[in-house]
Design a protein around this ligand. Structure first.
Ligand SMILES: *Cc1c(COP(=O)(O)O)cnc(C)c1O
Length: 387
C-alpha cells in the first residue's frame, strides 16, 4: 500500500551506515571510492548504482530527491543548487536552437528574464499568454513549440491556472508541460496527476520554510529526467550535500508547517475582506476568488500567499510598507516569518503601469507571505498599518 504523505516525507531515508544512526548523517564528501578496477569500470558504465562524484549524486541529495519523487508522484528527479538553476538546467537540457516555449506571462521574475533576455541568444523564443486567458493557448502553439510552461498559484497576483486544462492541451499537441509548483508545494498540489511531465520547485521557499538555504529540484518522467541529469552532470548546477541534508529534514515537517501557514493565510484573507480600505483580496480558497472552483479541484488548501489591493496606488503601497512594525520587508517568501512586499514599487518597478497590469499587478497590490507567528499578531500588525 502506498504510504501517506507525512509518512513518506519522514521515513524515506538513506540506508543506515555501520553506526546504526537514527537520523541520516551529513555526507560531506566530494567523491567516492571503488573496491577495484572492475568495480570502478562497472560503476562508470552505470551497470551498478553507485555514487561516483557529488556533482552527479550524493547520499544526501539522493535522499532529498527520493522524497520529492514520492511526494510529487514522479518517476525520477534531480536536485539543483537553486530554484533558478532547476529552471535553467531543465529547460537548457530539453531545448534546441529554434525551439519555442508557450508560457504564462505571470511567472517568477528571473524565469521571465531567462525567457525574454537570454534564451533568444540561442534562438529559443517564448510567446506569453495571460493567466486568465488559458483558452488562447492553442492559438499560440506553432510546429516549433516544445514546452508549455506555467506556475500556479501565480506570483504575486495569486491567479490560479487550470492544471487539468493545461495537461489536456499539452497532450493534444505533444508538448512537454512544465509546472513550477513552488507556491503550492507537493503537499498542496501534484501537477503530475493532471498531466504535467516535469515539476520544478525552488526548495528555498516553503520546502526549507525557515529562510536558511537555497535549493531547487526537477521531478517528472524518467526519460526527461535522464536528459536533465546528463546535462547537469556535465554542466555542474548540483545541490550541495549540506543543503540537501537541511532540505530533507525540512520535508519531515512540511505537512504540519504548511497546514498552519494555510490556516493563518485564510484567516488573514478573511479579515482583510472585512476592511473598507482594502479594495480586493486574492486568496485561492476565498469564495470571492475568480478561480475558486479550480483551486478547490487541484489544491488541498489555498497556500500561504495572500495578495490585496489598497486604495491610492503606489504611494498608498509605500505608505503601508513604512507603517509595518512586526512583519518583514523582504524579497523571500515561504518563511516562518511573515513577509510583506509591494511589487509596483520594488520587484516590478521597472515596468510601466500598463505592463504591470498585464501580469495582474495593480499599483496598490500588496503581497503577504503569511508566516507561522500567532495569527492575532499578524492581523494586528496589518490592521495598524492599514489604519
Ligand atoms: C523563488 C522562486 C524561484 C527561484 O528560486 P531560487 O531558489 O531563488 O533560485 C523560481 N520560481 C518561483 C515561483 C519562485 O518563487
Amino acid at each position: 500500500m502506498k504510504k501517506h504523505f507525512e509518512t513518506e516525507a519522514i521515513r524515506i531515508q538513506t540506508e543506515r551506515s555501520q553506526f546504526s544512526e537514527h537520523s541520516t548523517p551529513l555526507y560531506l564528501t566530494s567523491s567516492f571510492v571503488f573496491d577495484d578496477a572492475e568495480d570502478m569500470r562497472a560503476s562508470f558504465a552505470e551497470e551498478k548504482e553507485k555514487n561516483l562524484y557529488s556533482r552527479f549524486t550524493n547520499p544526501n541529495t539522493t535522499e532529498f530527491v527520493d522524497k520529492m519523487v514520492a511526494l510529487e508522484g514522479a518517476e525520477a528527479g534531480y536536485a539543483f543548487a537553486t530554484g533558478m538553476a532547476a529552471v535553467f538546467g531543465s529547460l537548457a537540457a530539453l531545448l534546441n536552437a529554434g525551439d519555442h516555449i508557450v508560457s504564462c506571462n505571470s511567472v517568477f521574475g528571473s524565469t521571465h528574464g531567462l525567457f525574454t533576455k537570454y534564451f533568444p541568444k540561442w534562438q529559443i523564443e517564448t510567446t506569453y499568454f495571460k493567466a486568465d486567458a488559458c483558452h488562447t493557448i492553442e492559438d499560440l502553439i506553432t510546429p516549433k513549440t516544445k514546452i508549455l510552461y506555467a506556475e500556479t498559484p501565480t506570483n504575486p497576483a495569486v491567479d490560479i491556472l487550470d492544471l487539468e486544462l493545461l495537461g489536456k492541451i499539452a497532450k493534444k499537441h505533444k508538448l512537454i508541460l512544465v509546472i513550477d509548483n513552488c507556491f503550492a508545494t507537493p503537499y498542496l498540489q501534484n501537477p503530475i496527476a493532471f498531466g504535467a511531465d516535469l515539476v520544478i520547485h525552488s526548495a528555498t521557499k516553503l520546502i526549507d520554510g525557515q529562510g536558511r538555504v537555497l535549493g531547487g529540484i526537477a521531478v517528472g518522467r524518467s526519460d526527461i529526467i535522464r536528459d536533465i541529469y546528463l546535462f547537469s552532470r556535465n554542466t555542474g548546477p548540483a545541490m550541495s550535500p549540506f543543503n540537501a541534508w537541511v532540505l530533507s529534514k525540512s520535508l519531515e515537517t512540511l505537512a504540519v508547517r504548511v497546514d498552519r501557514h494555510c490556516e493563518n493565510a485564510l484567516k488573514l484573507a478573511q479579515f482583510l475582506e472585512t476592511l473598507d480600505v482594502v479594495k480586493q483580496v486574492r486568496y485561492p480558497f476565498l469564495k470571492s476568488h475568480p478561480q475558486y472552483e479550480i483551486a478547490k479541484k487541484q489544491m488541498r488548501q489555498g497556500g500561504n500567499i495572500v495578495a490585496f489591493e489598497v486604495h491610492g496606488g503606489i504611494e498608498a503601497g509605500r505608505h503601508f510598507l513604512n507603517k509595518i512594525k512586526h512583519c518583514s520587508l523582504s524579497a523571500n517568501l515561504g518563511d516562518t516569518r511573515t513577509i510583506v512586499t509591494h511589487p509596483a514599487s520594488t520587484t516590478h518597478s521597472k515596468l510601466s503601469t500598463e505592463e504591470r497590469l498585464e501580469t495582474g499587478i495593480s499599483d496598490g497590490l500588496i503581497r503577504v507571505s503569511v508566516g507561522l507567528e500567532h495569527i492575532e499578531d499578524i492581523i494586528e500588525d496589518l490592521k495598524q498599518a492599514l489604519s
